[in-house]
Write a protein that binds this ligand. Structure first.
Ligand code: AP5
Length: 200
């Protein structure tokens, strides 16, 4: 099984790159953001609860996110691995994923951290806002999401770096160039079981 986490601030290209990774390596893409937005669209009681957090750029409580994730993983145990996009986002979620044994074994093999400057994040997300229809794609909430990323998610960089699983990718280049760097990191892992520290 090959399990990859794609990690980075809002607008760093996690969703864009995940779609390309799953196509090339035949993995299952799990975006917790997409799972939560689907629940919101269904206008269920849970969806309305989730909206209170997403609309304000805050993290949805771990118990809700973990339930959604486990449900999707369970349905896809026959796949050769997963790309986790937007999960984990807190140390608690990371520890939970380390201990998750839904598909017999669920080791995280490689964590790809995509680094992008804040001015570029804002530019990309405001650009996307024109047609995304996402309730959190407006300038005030985008800044809130970036702050939440820095305070609650950034500690995961040292968590995974200490486990020897983190590769930092410079995400400032165009989509195809960033993807080339990601494939270099994944192929190096697959061939040599070596995790590159950085690909610039
Ligand atoms: P989520 O859906 O995960 O959103 P996010 O992290 O804010 O990230 P985005 O989807 O905005 O950006 P991205 O990095 O995927 O970039 P993308 O490829 O789309 O989470 C949303 C909310 O859900 C959270 O705020 C939270 O409330 C909740 N949530 C989700 N997971 C949770 C969890 N685990 N725990 C608790 N709460 C959770 O690209 C963005 C734009 O840039 C696009 O227009 C794209 O075309 C463009 N672009 C991409 N790459 C490039 C490039 N290289 N050059 C130029 N443009 C580019």
């Amino acid at each position: 099984m090959l399990n990859i986490i794609i990690f980075g601030p809002p607008g760093s290209g996690k969703g864009t790159q995940s779609a390309k990774i799953v196509e090339k390596y035949h993995l299952k893409h799990i975006s917790t953001g997409d799972l939560l937005r689907d629940e919101m669209k269904r206008q269920t009681k849970l969806g309305k609860e989730i909206a209170k957090y997403i609309d304000n750029g805050m993290l949805v409580p771990d118990d809700i996110v973990i339930r959604e994730l486990q449900h999707t993983v369970k349905k896809n145990c026959d796949r050769s691995g997963f790309v986790f996009d937007g999960f984990p986002r807190t140390l608690n979620q990371a520890e939970m994923l380390d201990n998750m044994l839904i598909c017999n074994e669920m080791p995280v093999n490689i964590v790809i951290s995509v680094d992008v400057r804040e001015d570029e994040l804002l530019k990309r997300l405001l650009g996307r806002a024109e047609d995304s229809g996402r309730s959190d794609d407006n300038e005030e909430v985008i800044w809130k999401r970036i702050e939440v990323y820095k305070s609650q998610s950034l500690p995961l960089v040292s968590y995974y770096s200490n486990q020897g699983k983190l590769v930092r990718i410079n995400g400032m280049d165009p989509v195809e160039k960033v993807f080339e760097k990601i494939t270099l990191a994944i192929d190096t892992y697959l061939l040599n079981k070596e995790v590159l520290v950085e690909v610039n």
